[in-house]
Design a protein. Structure first.
Length: 134
């Protein structure tokens, strides 16, 4: 965590692929916050729009209440810790990239595209999908 203290900004986008990633995420967030305490440095925490749950056709923004599926409850806790970081003289920022955005199908389509495309040049992010995804 030495590098964390020296960084101009810390961006946490890690995700542990296991049924319950909460312990690993909370340990990482707690360690980063402890290291940054008193520094005034910014920390960016990447969460996601699924913390709102199924919103149907309703448009939501950052003021909407959280309604995460059970496997994402820990993300809400991570967001809370980052939001409270100002009490430790840390500038906390939470971003929630959406899963579906635009014609490319969002991050899910990009993940699938990355898995199915074999040629390196086809793995570049672009609007038209070489794998035939819409």
């Amino acid at each position: 965590m030495q590098g964390t203290r020296k960084a101009d900004v810390v961006i946490h986008v890690a995700y542990v692929r296991e049924p319950n990633f909460d312990p690993a995420d909370h340990t990482a967030v707690d360690a980063m916050l402890a290291t940054l305490e008193g520094s005034g440095a910014p920390i960016v925490y990447s969460s996601g729009t699924p913390v709102y749950g199924d919103t149907g056709n309703q448009v939501v923004d950052e003021t909407a209440p959280h309604n995460p599926p059970p496997f994402l409850i820990g993300r809400v806790e991570g967001e809370r810790k980052i939001a409270q970081a100002k009490e430790k003289d840390i500038r906390g920022i939470v971003i929630r990239p959406s899963l579906v955005y635009g014609r490319s199908g969002g991050s899910i389509a990009m993940l699938i595209e990355g898995l199915c495309c074999k040629k390196e040049e086809e793995k570049k992010l672009r609007m038209d999908s070489p794998c035939g995804l819409v």
